[in-house]
Design a protein around this ligand. Structure first.
Ligand SMILES: Cc1cc2nc3c(=O)[nH]c(=O)nc-3n(C[C@H](O)[C@H](O)[C@H](O)COP(=O)(O)O)c2cc1C
Length: 497
């Protein structure tokens, strides 16, 4: 009895104490909110105004689970992400009942089914494609779908390791991004494309110029198949950056070739390239030094500069051409970039790719320059569209991030990525188990290939690169669809139609 009374008294005191503490907190917050001057809502609605921020933050997480419809979110909706997840699971990718896709949205591509598609025994395998036939060591690329550039630094060590091992299993290439070549890119043994960013990380002299000696050393790795000179990426054309000193660990400093602990500047373009003539000189130089194919990555703003480039190539001779051009759409992703550049600058790949393909063909460079397309091309229909529009290859960054488990938390710039992909916090990296994730990467790449082949067979051709613009119809504002070759005719209609 005595014990029960004491316990009861204790609970009453505890209850009163908690209520008292809560009341005191409310009073303190009230005084703070009323007296601060920076937040009008909290000043006018003390204490309650604080919930607005809490709910906004929670909304970011809960929207995708409870409120957003399958096809609603941006940059990628649930249907797109779930397709990658199911592909990574390897449990087959069929869905039930019917499509949730709204095909009346302007710009939606649909494919033209053939009356008599090729029979199963008439399908052919997608042939490997040669890139840079004039280089001392051309690259025979096995897959039309590959991993786009993401630097070690923007993504974590286990992410790079899983991509490298998964890419090897699937037979696809892995682009290093602009952060240099790390041992983790190489450890899976996949084909690697080395990207030369404006800071020339990994192949730079102390002053930040190209080092031929380091270029040669990178090219000596047999699995480094090509070099890509980055002019711009879709999410941030014309933007350089600063790598803050605190992020330049001994490891990063070694890989990138910069001093430990000091800020490192990426200029907003290659400082030694002022015009297309100098760009072609640089491409030729890197090809001479490395012996491997060399291309460029850029975003298209308008047609005129591309004409200037192609005209110059024709004038100097096709040998000087870049071996490939990667067209990144304005809708492309990034680890971090200013919102105006992400949202407002650079043409969508849906517009840019057909434009560049036509120009390349018009200047007679179709067999000389390979076109690689990227920009939200993460599901089979997107990849099939790009091949039909004129791409020789498609690459994806965020598609492969989804295969690694990305949940689109939009925290790539904060070191708090909950799935361990874009963070260097070991606590979060623990969630990204390379041994499991590399298999998902491989299954995703293979499933894309399989389903793009399925679309190709459905439109009546035996392999994906035989798809043409006439095989795709684009929905118009009046609800009707029109064949893509009527809206965006290929340069050589006889060959393309
Ligand atoms: C985390 C992250 C890091 C990236 N780092 C680079 C980079 O180092 N160099 C580059 O050219 N592009 C970089 N990109 C852009 C991608 O390579 C790609 O061009 C773009 O995201 C479009 O492809 P996607 O829509 O499939 O993501 C990065 C993208 C992401 C999401």
């Amino acid at each position: 009895m005595g014990f029960a009374t004491t316990a009861m008294e204790f609970m009453v005191y505890a209850f009163v104490g908690v209520i008292g503490a809560l009341a005191l907190t409310v009073v303190i917050f009230f005084v703070i909110d009323r007296s601060q001057t920076s937040d009008a809502i909290r000043r006018n609605y003390p204490v309650i105004g604080r919930f607005r921020r809490v709910f906004s933050a929670l909304g970011e997480f809960f929207r995708q689970y409870f409120f957003a419809m399958d096809r609603e979110e941006l940059p990628f909706n649930r249907a797109q992400r779930e397709w990658v997840k199911r592909a990574g699971d390897g449990h087959g990718n069929t869905v039930a009942f019917g499509s949730t896709r709204n095909t009346s949205v302007v710009g939606t591509p649909t494919f033209v089914n053939a009356a008599f598609p090729p029979l199963d025994d008439q399908h052919s395998k997608t042939e490997p494609m040669v890139i840079g036939p004039g280089a001392r060591t051309p690259f025979v690329a096995p897959s039309f779908f590959n991993v786009s550039g993401m630097s070690y630094g923007a993504i974590s060590r286990p992410a790079v390791q899983a991509l490298s091992r998964g890419a090897k299993v699937a037979g696809v290439w892995l682009n290093t991004g602009e952060g240099g070549l790390s041992p983790f890119h190489l450890e899976g043994g996949c084909d690697v494309v080395f990207q030369i960013g404006t800071a020339k990380y990994g192949v730079r002299t102390e002053e930040g110029h190209l080092s031929d000696e380091k270029l040669r050393a990178v090219a000596e790795h047999e699995t480094v198949r090509m070099f890509e000179i980055k002019l711009a990426q879709g999410a941030k054309p014309g933007k350089g950056g600063i790598l803050p000193g605190e992020k330049v660990s001994a490891e990063i400093a070694k890989i990138r070739g910069i001093p430990i602990g000091q800020d490192s500047i990426s200029p907003n373009r290659h400082v030694e390239v002022d015009d297309f003539g100098e760009l072609l000189d640089m491409i030729g130089h890197v090809r001479d030094v490395t012996g491997k194919p060399v291309g460029i990555k850029t975003v298209v703003g308008a047609e005129a500069p591309l004409r200037e480039l192609f005209e110059l190539i024709v004038k100097r001779g096709a040998d000087v051409a870049p071996d490939f051009i990667t067209i990144d759409g304005g809708e492309g992703g990034t680890g971090a970039a200013p919102m105006p550049l992400i949202d407002l600058v650079g043409m969508s790949v849906r517009e840019a790719l057909p434009l560049v393909a036509n120009l390349r063909d018009e200047y007679g460079l179709k067999d000389r320059i390979r076109l690689i397309a990227s920009g939200k091309l993460v599901n089979p229909g997107d990849v099939a569209w790009a091949l039909a529009a004129g791409a020789d290859f498609v690459t994806s960054a965020r598609g492969f991030m989804f295969s690694l488990g990305c949940i689109q938390a939009l925290k790539c710039n904060k070191n708090t990525c909950p799935t361990g992909i874009t963070t260097h916090d070991l606590r979060f990296q623990k969630g990204l188990v390379v041994e499991d994730k590399y298999k998902r990467v491989a299954r995703y790449a293979k499933e894309i290939t399989k389903e793009v082949e399925m679309i190709a067979h459905s439109v009546g051709v035996t392999e994906p690169r035989l798809m043409r613009r006439r095989h795709v119809r684009i929905t118009q504002s009046d609800g009707r669809s029109i064949p893509m070759n009527e809206i965006l005719p290929s340069y050589n209609p006889v060959a393309k139609m």
